[in-house]
Design a binder for this molecule. Sequence first.
Ligand SMILES: O=c1nc[nH]c2c1ncn2[C@H]1C[C@H](O)[C@@H](COP(=O)(O)OP(=O)(O)OP(=O)(O)O)O1
Ligand SMILES: [Mg+2]
Length: 198
Amino acid sequence: MKQIIIATNNKGKAKDFEALLNPLGYEVLTLQDIEEEIDVEETGTTFEENAILKAEETAKILNKPVISDDSGLEIDALNGEPGIYSARYAGGEKSDSANIDKVLSKLEGVPEEQRTARFRCVLAIAAPGEQTETFSGSCEGRILNGRRGEHGFGYDPIFYVPELDKAMAELAPEQKAKISHRGNALRELKAAMPSWLS
Ligand SMILES: O=c1nc[nH]c2c1ncn2[C@H]1C[C@H](O)[C@@H](COP(=O)(O)OP(=O)(O)OP(=O)(O)O)O1
Ligand SMILES: [Mg+2]
């Protein structure tokens, strides 16, 4: 089986990429599968910058082509927060549960029609000696009043997908792959760089 390295330490993202890439005949490897500990500092001010930082630094260390993912949730009623700070919204130690609690408390009393939000994902492809490329995808929805569903990771339990009348965490990985910001970004990548994912 062909292998592809995703420059992430997030196990939830790894599962999403498996649902997207296994059907194309790729085995997904992440930073959790390799000896070296790589945790690139996200000092950029946009998803693009952070995705490029993660991809280029990882490709350089491993001397191999990699794909990175920088993603997050933008909530309109919070002026786009948590945005690029999604992973550390509730503080230093990354905690999906604490992050969700913070969003729910900030949105307390905000009516349904004002709870619009979107997930964004930027993928960067970097390879030694090659120009880095980026691709982006988004997924529109609304923030629920509480958690629903057991699948996924991050903010999935509080993200409602109107077309499917389901929370993102109520979708099986294959269903999420069809509509997610990550799936949409990967389809952009595949359309522009077919030789990468054939
Ligand atoms: O499909 C998703 N479903 C739910 N939540 C999501 C999703 N996609 C991103 N998110 C949230 C999780 C995390 O709070 C942040 C990503 O932060 P981000 O820096 O890109 O990832 P990370 O630090 O967890 O792992 P890494 O940088 O090693 O890839 O956005
Ligand atoms: Mg990160």
